[in-house]
Design a protein around this ligand. Sequence first.
Ligand SMILES: Nc1ncnc2c1ncn2[C@@H]1O[C@H](COP(=O)(O)OP(=O)(O)OP(=O)(O)O)[C@@H](O)[C@H]1O
Length: 258
Amino acid sequence: MIKGYQINYQNQNVSILKGIDVEVGYGEFLAIVGPNGAGKSSLLNVLANEIKTDKKQHILFKDKILTDWKLEVLSKHKAKFSQHNSQDIPLLVKDVVMMGRYPYFHSQPNSEDFKCAENAMTDTDIIHLQNRDYNSLSGGEKQRVHLARVLAQLDNDVTHRLLFLDEPLNNLDVKHQYKTLELIKKLTQKKNTTIVVLHDLNLAAHFADKILLMESGKVLSYGSPEEVFTQEMISKAYQFPCTICKHPVNQETMILFG
Ligand SMILES: Nc1ncnc2c1ncn2[C@@H]1O[C@H](COP(=O)(O)OP(=O)(O)OP(=O)(O)O)[C@@H](O)[C@H]1O
């Protein structure tokens, strides 16, 4: 689905990404994890075509150079949920969600656009808030509105869509954290791909197929949750002690900190 080799990125002479190799297949759920400042958001922005790297470096999306894609076409193949969404939008919730449908209509949304927006609001549990002022919502509710917006953007017939999410669980309560990741998992089970920046390693272990652990702009480890989440790797990345054990109910990898 998306491949990049030896990705380097620097900003104002600060080297932020250093020789990153990444390859994510169709139907894969990749979680990017790592300590603050490791370069997770920067990598996501590069892969999502939002910041440019050295012109000689090519990121391939569906085997075509990412920067060669027409933006209006690309917006139906991939969508991105950003870490810093605007907190101040003077619109109703349903109109913010409809922003996700902008690539599909010129002046007025049609019945298909309304249907997609409604489905996305139902899936993210905000349908009851659709006529509220966005600015009156709580932090977690706003977060779910933006999730609905990107889901509405990707609601189309394109096979193999790619969803980027940068810390989508911020402000969400435990039920909505699980519901959000279950929603994303379901999307990947339909041969779509998701790349998510997460801070909760146990949720990453539970939901993701592959983990990319970053530290200081580099890949420290890449593989299945069992391969990456070792005591040695986690302590090295986070400079914090941890114990790896098995979840008592489902036997999955579980990380205890401290
Ligand atoms: N314009 C800039 N000038 C200097 N340094 C920058 C600039 N932009 C980003 N950085 C640095 O690059 C590093 C990587 O930032 P990035 O946001 O990608 O990290 P992150 O892993 O997503 O962190 P977090 O978990 O805190 O969100 C950070 O140390 C950040 O301070």
